[in-house]
Write a protein that binds this ligand. Structure first.
Ligand code: HEM
Length: 930
């Protein structure tokens, strides 16, 4: 209200508000210098504050007491417990509470529940105060704390200062309820204090005793009384006990909801400002290490909290825009305030003087035209001298400033560090209905759903409810954590080693044998979207964008995956790899269609190892080209013939992309032929080598080193377990292949044998026999074990290992950020492209599936495909949705955010993807730094 009045009437730095008889005549101060004078004075707290707080927090509470000497005494006794050093030393304790908080958020997310975030934030702040001040577990988060219930009841009976309803203000039941709640809380806190004093072990050396806020207060109290707290006979006297109870209650009252409300605003406003959110996450990545737990790091080194400069700037900017409290005093005779424009001296006798922090902190005359804009940079140390003096006062200033400001700032940094990289927070005001009757204060009073539903353009406006709180306290989160894949034979080493066959997986033909349903894992030609099985969505949805990514089709093995000598050759005379340049833009002479014909010269003394023949290993084979063509044909049949989505001719609405590895171009040519049979040249988009995001090839040292700490090449026991188990198999394979048993390349994973054997079998070639003994051959049993182990490895590397998500996010995040930007443009209608098609590699698809946290990971076979379909619900205000198809079927993710990705709210999906990789892949940059 004060801010609106200031703006509406262009008030000077002070103005009167006369709402008598509802409240006292008030002088609102928005002038920083006058506010400073008021806060530095010895003016007393207004009686109305005592009337509200004392029934529940007692007469000795330092916040509302009008007795200056009393205030001074108790403030100085409690001060040592709130020094910066003391609070930083309590960071590990805060982390402990934070872990319970994260667990609760996890549970909400797993249950896919909309919930009131402020409720949980409030509980964690109570737990923090309990632990930091008195080493006491209120267990507000983990149990149905009785104390919390009483505190809430007390709150609900506090007089509402904004109400003009006389029955509300003068409700006769109020004093009884207040007395009852105070009695209950006193009993609880008193017992807690007695216990604390009883366990204080005076025999322990001073240094090894726990030092919470209350211990320091006791020490201070004894010091002031000239007594030795270490004396065995020292007892807590009645005066201290009474004052300590009142002040512990006021610390809880003043400290919990102010901090919780500010925390909620941090989440909410950052969600609305993705660039700033990315900066916060980048700062956290650089302070704690990308992918490492902030909580664990903070426990080991609490001082890391001081390095979160940008995060602190965000909190301060939030406190500027949405301060949770302010300070008021009662004027007295002879205390004059000079009117800033007229120069009149105003006698303040009996007038309530209110430093209205929000109005002052949003005054454009003080902060500039961008006063309403969220700009954390204002509070970076480099800009400290540009801040207007005395104008930022969310904790007020002067001797009666907030005693808990360091605690709340540090606590908020800790909580943000533990949650912002793990969750995306999203306001859900459209989903209030299910929250009615959830037991929170909000649902006891429906008036909060009436009246203005936006203030300063913000639905999450402030409502005075104890502190100034975010209306309805409502948010939802998106969980960014790793979740283990489903248990199956694939990730069970015992089953992999002790079974036979391939558990229904096929490795020997592009065609499925009769009776085997489409969708069955077929390494040689994986299932993809095709009309026969395509799951159509309901009529109410309209397809607006499709992006396909798939692995190239079957090929010859890589040259590096062939044996030193192969017993037979491999020819590719049934196809041509066309390479030629053709003048374009403007067109010119016509080039001949030339293709490569590899021949090994008998004269060349440097004969290559491995397969001989006319192939350019690992070129796509004739069979692979045919599969590519059919793949294109099937996609066209779905997205053109069945859904009328694709244009009939190849236009700029459709775009193709390949990697720098030629085999993807070989596939793309056939695939486009199958889709459009174009008669003119088609451009294939390609990014420069070394930074290509599709393969991916951009440098990411951190991801590489994290990967090698648990995956191929590592000595981690859970990785090497299968290699140890496979030793006899390796020995048998080596005996046929001639690979030396000392070769690290061939024995650090199953990759080389897998590629060598499966390529042969996909092309109906026999399993190899020894060059020296044609009767010693690799058996189908051995090949099948290699295939099973290969599946196990892929699942381990890309899903089972908890680090896999971070590695995939860092190493494939750029492509995902590109995908997100394509989807955003399509959803906003700002791009003409409706279909993008990427031909890539197993490393690409596997990382993508890792980020999507696919429920069951496999080694992605030839032609493996993921399709992102973006839909709009028909009608003017229709939402946007995403469906992801893996092998032609809806993908299932282990992440509760994604679940079965079937018409998932697009905002949730983008929140998940961009939460992990950052908009424009900003997070990836930080994550990749060495
Ligand atoms: C974002 C969080 C917080 C905000 C915005 C805030 C704001 C304020 C403000 C504006 C005052 C001055 C009131 C006046 O002048 O009348 C104040 C005083 C006080 N605050 Fe805070 N506070 C916060 C957190 C805390 C915490 C965490 C605690 C303790 C655990 C706490 C305990 C107190 C107490 C006891 C006073 C009275 C101090 C005195 O009169 O000496 N506050 N707070």
């Amino acid at each position: 209200m004060a801010t609106y009045l200031m703006r509406e009437h262009d008030t000077p730095g002070i103005y009167f508000v006369d709402a008598r008889p509802i409240s006292a005549l008030s002088l609102f101060i928005t002038d920083p210098d006058i506010a400073q004078r008021v806060s530095e004075s010895t003016l007393a707290k207004p009686p109305v504050l005592g009337a509200v707080l004392e029934p529940i927090a007692g007469k000795l509470n330092m916040l509302s007491t009008a007795n200056y000497a009393l205030w001074k005494k108790w403030r100085s006794i409690f001060n040592p417990g709130f020094s910066i050093q003391q609070i930083v030393s309590q960071v590990p304790v805060m982390v402990g509470c934070g872990q319970a908080y994260v667990k609760i958020l996890d549970e909400h997310v797993s249950a896919n529940r909309v919930f009131r975030l402020e409720e949980e934030a409030t509980k964690v702040t109570i737990d923090v105060i309990g632990k930091v001040i008195c080493d006491h577990d209120f267990n507000a988060l983990s149990s149905n704390s009785d104390f919390l219930k009483t505190m809430r009841t007390a709150f609900s009976w506090m007089p509402d200062q904004t109400s003009i309803n006389p029955f509300h203000l003068l409700n006769p039941v109020r004093p009884f309820m207040a007395r009852f709640c105070k009695w209950k809380m006193d009993k609880y806190v008193g017992t807690m204090l007695d216990e604390r004093f009883a366990v204080r072990d005076a025999t322990l050396p001073k240094k090894s005793r726990k030092k919470t806020g209350i211990d320091l207060a006791l020490e201070e109290y004894f010091k002031e009384k000239g007594q030795d707290i270490d004396a065995q006979e020292a007892t807590m006297d009645a005066e201290f006990r009474k004052a300590a109870i009142d002040n512990l209650l006021i610390l809880l009252f003043a400290g919990h909801d102010t901090t919780a409300a500010t925390l909620c605003y941090c989440y909410h406003i950052l969600q609305k400002h993705p660039a700033e959110l990315t900066k916060v996450r980048q700062e956290m990545d650089s302070v704690f290490g990308a992918g490492l737990s902030a909580g664990e790091q903070l426990k080991q080194n609490p001082y890391l909290v001081n390095q979160l400069e940008y995060t602190l700037a965000v909190i301060k900017e939030i406190l500027r825009l949405w301060p949770a409290a302010s300070g008021a005093r009662i004027g007295r005779k002879g205390f004059f305030i000079k009117h800033p424009t007229t120069g009149d001296m105003i006698d303040t006798d009996g007038i309530m003087i209110w430093n209205v922090s929000m109005a002052m902190q949003r005054d454009q005359r003080i902060w500039g035209d961008d006063a309403d804009i969220f700009k954390p940079e204002r509070f970076l140390p480099a800009n400290a001298d540009k801040l207007p003096p005395n104008a930022w006062r969310p904790f007020e200033k002067g001797p009666r400033n907030c005693i808990g400001q360091e605690l709340s700032l540090i606590e908020m940094k800790v909580m943000l560090a533990m949650t912002l990289r793990e969750f995306e927070f999203k306001a859900a005001y459209d989903e209030l209905e299910p929250l009615m009757g959830d037991g929170s204060l909000w649902t006891t009073d429906s008036s909060y759903q009436k009246g203005p539903q936006e203030v300063f353009g913000e639905r999450m406006y402030q409502v005075l409810f104890g502190a100034a709180k975010p209306s309805e306290a409502q948010n939802a989160t998106v969980d960014l954590k790793w979740y283990a894949p489903k248990k199956s034979w694939i990730n069970d080493l015992g089953q992999v080693m002790n079974s036979t066959g391939t558990n229904g997986f096929l490795f020997n033909s592009s065609q499925l044998p009769a009776g085997i349903p489409y969708g069955t894992y077929n390494w040689c030609n994986m299932p993809h979207v095709r009309p026969q099985e395509y799951p159509k969505v309901a009529e109410e949805f309209e397809l607006i964008y499709v992006e396909v990514i798939h692995r190239h089709h079957k090929r010859t093995p890589y040259a590096s995956n062939t044996f030193p000598k192969e017993s037979y050759g491999w020819d590719c005379d049934d196809q041509g790899l066309f390479h030629y340049g053709q003048p374009l833009n403007p067109s010119g002479y016509t080039s001949a269609s030339t293709y490569w014909n590899v021949s090994t010269s008998d004269i060349n003394p440097f004969a290559q190892a491995g397969f001989r023949g006319s192939c350019q290993f690992p070129q796509i084979t004739r069979g692979g080209l045919d599969d590519s063509w059919q793949h294109g044909k099937d996609l066209y049949a779905v997205y053109h013939d069945l859904l009328s989505f694709l244009p009939s001719n190849l236009t700029e609405k459709v775009s193709y992309r390949v990697t720098n590895n030629q085999i993807t171009s070989q596939v793309a040519g056939m695939l486009i032929g199958g889709m459009y049979d174009p008669q003119t040249a088609v451009s294939l988009h390609i990014q420069p080598p070394n930074i290509d995001s599709l393969e991916p090839q951009y440098p990411c040292p951190k991801a590489s080193s994290l990967y090698s700490s648990y995956g191929v090449g590592s000595t981690a026991p859970n990785w090497t377990a299968h290699l140890t188990a496979a030793k006899p198999l390796f020995a048998a394979l080596d005996a046929v292949s001639g690979i030396p048993s000392t070769s690290t390349e061939w024995h650090k994973s199953l990759d080389h044998y897998y590629d060598n054997l499966s390529a042969r079998q996909c092309h109906a070639k026999p399993l190899p026999c020894s060059i020296n003994d044609s009767t010693a051959c690799i058996t189908q049993d051995q090949a099948d074990t290699v295939y099973r182990l290969g599946q196990y490895e892929y699942s381990f590397i890309h899903r089972d290992s908890p680090q896999s998500l971070n590695v995939a996010v860092a190493s494939y995040g750029v492509w995902l950020a590109e995908l997100a930007s394509h989807i955003r443009a399509a959803a906003a209608g700002t791009s003409h492209i409706i279909y993008r098609h990427n031909v890539a590699h197993d490393g690409s698809i596997a990382r993508l599936l890792s980020v999507l946290q696919i429920e069951e990971m496999v080694w992605v076979g030839m032609g493996s495909e993921v399709v992102f379909e973006i839909y709009r619900r028909k009608g003017s205000a229709g939402g946007r949705y995403v469906r992801i198809l893996w092998g032609g079927r809806v993908l299932r993710s282990s992440s509760p955010v994604l679940g079965q990705v079937d018409m998932l709210d697009l905002d949730v999906f983008l929140g998940y993807v961009e939460g992990l990789v950052g908009r424009g892949a900003e997070r990836v940059v930080e994550m990749c730094k060495a």
